[in-house]
Design a binder for this molecule. Sequence first.
Ligand code: MG
Length: 157
Amino acid sequence: MRIGQSTDIHRFAEGRKLILGGVEIPFEKGLLGHSDADALTHALAEAILGALALGDLGHWFPDTDPKWEGVDSQVILWEVARMMKERGYRIGNADCLILIEKPKMAPHIQAMRENFASALETDIGNISVKATRGEGMGFVGRMEGVLAQAVVLLEEA
Ligand code: MG
Protein backbone atom coordinates (compact mmCIF):
# COMPACT_ATOMS: atom_id res chain seq x y z
CA MET A 1 0.00 0.00 0.00
CA ARG A 2 1.08 3.59 -0.61
CA ILE A 3 -0.36 6.79 0.86
CA GLY A 4 -0.46 10.30 -0.68
CA GLN A 5 -1.79 13.71 0.23
CA SER A 6 -2.15 17.13 -1.35
CA THR A 7 -3.53 20.63 -0.85
CA ASP A 8 -4.59 23.04 -3.59
CA ILE A 9 -5.68 26.66 -3.41
CA HIS A 10 -7.43 28.79 -6.02
CA ARG A 11 -8.56 32.39 -5.89
CA PHE A 12 -12.15 33.50 -6.57
CA ALA A 13 -12.58 35.66 -9.67
CA GLU A 14 -15.40 37.36 -11.52
CA GLY A 15 -16.40 36.01 -14.91
CA ARG A 16 -15.19 32.47 -14.27
CA LYS A 17 -17.15 29.24 -13.81
CA LEU A 18 -17.14 27.54 -10.42
CA ILE A 19 -16.13 23.94 -11.08
CA LEU A 20 -15.34 21.59 -8.20
CA GLY A 21 -15.05 17.84 -8.39
CA GLY A 22 -15.95 18.08 -12.07
CA VAL A 23 -19.32 19.64 -11.24
CA GLU A 24 -20.27 23.08 -12.57
CA ILE A 25 -21.89 24.86 -9.63
CA PRO A 26 -24.11 27.87 -10.31
CA PHE A 27 -22.58 30.87 -8.49
CA GLU A 28 -21.77 34.55 -9.03
CA LYS A 29 -18.00 33.88 -9.10
CA GLY A 30 -15.64 31.16 -10.21
CA LEU A 31 -12.04 30.18 -9.60
CA LEU A 32 -9.00 31.58 -11.34
CA GLY A 33 -6.51 29.20 -12.94
CA HIS A 34 -4.83 28.03 -16.11
CA SER A 35 -7.09 24.97 -16.38
CA ASP A 36 -10.72 25.03 -15.23
CA ALA A 37 -9.25 25.73 -11.73
CA ASP A 38 -10.99 22.71 -10.14
CA ALA A 39 -9.03 22.76 -6.87
CA LEU A 40 -10.68 19.61 -5.50
CA THR A 41 -9.83 17.51 -8.55
CA HIS A 42 -6.29 18.93 -8.55
CA ALA A 43 -5.81 17.94 -4.90
CA LEU A 44 -7.03 14.41 -5.58
CA ALA A 45 -4.89 13.98 -8.71
CA GLU A 46 -1.79 15.32 -6.95
CA ALA A 47 -2.37 13.10 -3.90
CA ILE A 48 -2.24 10.10 -6.26
CA LEU A 49 1.00 11.43 -7.77
CA GLY A 50 2.28 11.84 -4.22
CA ALA A 51 1.48 8.24 -3.36
CA LEU A 52 3.44 7.19 -6.45
CA ALA A 53 6.33 9.58 -5.55
CA LEU A 54 5.91 11.21 -8.96
CA GLY A 55 6.23 14.84 -7.87
CA ASP A 56 3.61 17.54 -8.13
CA LEU A 57 0.80 18.24 -10.57
CA GLY A 58 2.63 21.25 -12.05
CA HIS A 59 5.48 18.99 -13.16
CA TRP A 60 3.18 16.84 -15.33
CA PHE A 61 0.64 19.49 -16.32
CA PRO A 62 2.61 22.78 -16.45
CA ASP A 63 0.61 26.01 -16.60
CA THR A 64 3.10 27.21 -19.24
CA ASP A 65 1.84 24.52 -21.65
CA PRO A 66 -1.05 25.74 -23.86
CA LYS A 67 -2.18 22.09 -24.05
CA TRP A 68 -3.62 22.40 -20.53
CA GLU A 69 -5.15 25.87 -20.92
CA GLY A 70 -8.82 25.79 -19.92
CA VAL A 71 -8.70 21.99 -19.75
CA ASP A 72 -11.41 20.04 -17.94
CA SER A 73 -9.52 18.84 -14.85
CA GLN A 74 -11.27 15.46 -15.14
CA VAL A 75 -8.95 14.92 -18.13
CA ILE A 76 -6.00 15.51 -15.78
CA LEU A 77 -7.47 13.02 -13.30
CA TRP A 78 -7.97 10.41 -16.08
CA GLU A 79 -4.34 10.90 -17.09
CA VAL A 80 -3.15 10.44 -13.48
CA ALA A 81 -5.38 7.35 -13.18
CA ARG A 82 -3.66 5.95 -16.27
CA MET A 83 -0.23 6.61 -14.72
CA MET A 84 -1.37 4.87 -11.52
CA LYS A 85 -2.61 1.81 -13.46
CA GLU A 86 0.57 1.65 -15.54
CA ARG A 87 2.58 1.41 -12.32
CA GLY A 88 0.43 -1.43 -11.01
CA TYR A 89 -1.75 0.36 -8.46
CA ARG A 90 -5.45 0.97 -7.88
CA ILE A 91 -7.35 3.20 -5.46
CA GLY A 92 -7.90 1.74 -1.99
CA ASN A 93 -9.80 4.82 -0.87
CA ALA A 94 -9.66 8.59 -1.12
CA ASP A 95 -10.84 11.25 1.33
CA CYS A 96 -11.29 14.74 -0.13
CA LEU A 97 -12.14 17.99 1.63
CA ILE A 98 -13.12 21.38 0.26
CA LEU A 99 -12.95 24.53 2.37
CA ILE A 100 -15.35 27.04 0.83
CA GLU A 101 -17.46 29.74 2.44
CA LYS A 102 -20.26 29.56 -0.11
CA PRO A 103 -22.14 28.32 -2.04
CA LYS A 104 -23.30 25.17 -0.28
CA MET A 105 -21.56 22.04 -1.50
CA ALA A 106 -24.01 19.47 -0.09
CA PRO A 107 -26.25 19.31 -3.20
CA HIS A 108 -23.20 18.52 -5.38
CA ILE A 109 -21.21 16.07 -3.24
CA GLN A 110 -22.76 12.94 -4.72
CA ALA A 111 -22.05 14.06 -8.31
CA MET A 112 -18.43 14.81 -7.36
CA ARG A 113 -18.04 11.34 -5.83
CA GLU A 114 -19.50 9.79 -8.98
CA ASN A 115 -17.06 11.74 -11.18
CA PHE A 116 -14.07 10.66 -9.09
CA ALA A 117 -15.19 7.02 -8.83
CA SER A 118 -15.70 6.90 -12.59
CA ALA A 119 -12.32 8.50 -13.43
CA LEU A 120 -10.48 6.23 -11.00
CA GLU A 121 -12.48 3.09 -11.92
CA THR A 122 -13.37 2.39 -8.32
CA ASP A 123 -16.51 1.88 -6.26
CA ILE A 124 -18.17 5.07 -5.04
CA GLY A 125 -17.86 3.66 -1.53
CA ASN A 126 -14.10 4.21 -1.82
CA ILE A 127 -14.50 7.94 -2.49
CA SER A 128 -15.29 10.44 0.25
CA VAL A 129 -15.93 14.12 -0.47
CA LYS A 130 -16.65 16.56 2.36
CA ALA A 131 -16.95 20.33 2.67
CA THR A 132 -16.59 22.86 5.44
CA ARG A 133 -16.80 26.66 5.76
CA GLY A 134 -14.29 29.21 7.01
CA GLU A 135 -16.76 30.71 9.49
CA GLY A 136 -15.88 34.18 8.18
CA MET A 137 -12.19 33.77 9.07
CA GLY A 138 -9.08 33.70 6.90
CA PHE A 139 -8.99 33.77 3.08
CA VAL A 140 -11.69 31.10 2.86
CA GLY A 141 -14.01 32.95 5.22
CA ARG A 142 -13.43 36.24 3.41
CA MET A 143 -14.37 34.56 0.11
CA GLU A 144 -10.95 35.28 -1.42
CA GLY A 145 -10.51 31.70 -2.48
CA VAL A 146 -10.96 28.01 -1.74
CA LEU A 147 -8.67 25.36 -0.33
CA ALA A 148 -8.98 21.68 -1.16
CA GLN A 149 -7.23 18.69 0.37
CA ALA A 150 -7.06 15.01 -0.48
CA VAL A 151 -5.58 11.90 1.09
CA VAL A 152 -5.42 8.67 -0.89
CA LEU A 153 -4.44 5.11 -0.22
CA LEU A 154 -3.28 3.06 -3.19
CA GLU A 155 -3.15 -0.73 -3.27
CA GLU A 156 -1.20 -3.00 -5.56
CA ALA A 157 -3.56 -3.99 -8.35
MG1 MG B 1 -4.79 23.81 -8.89
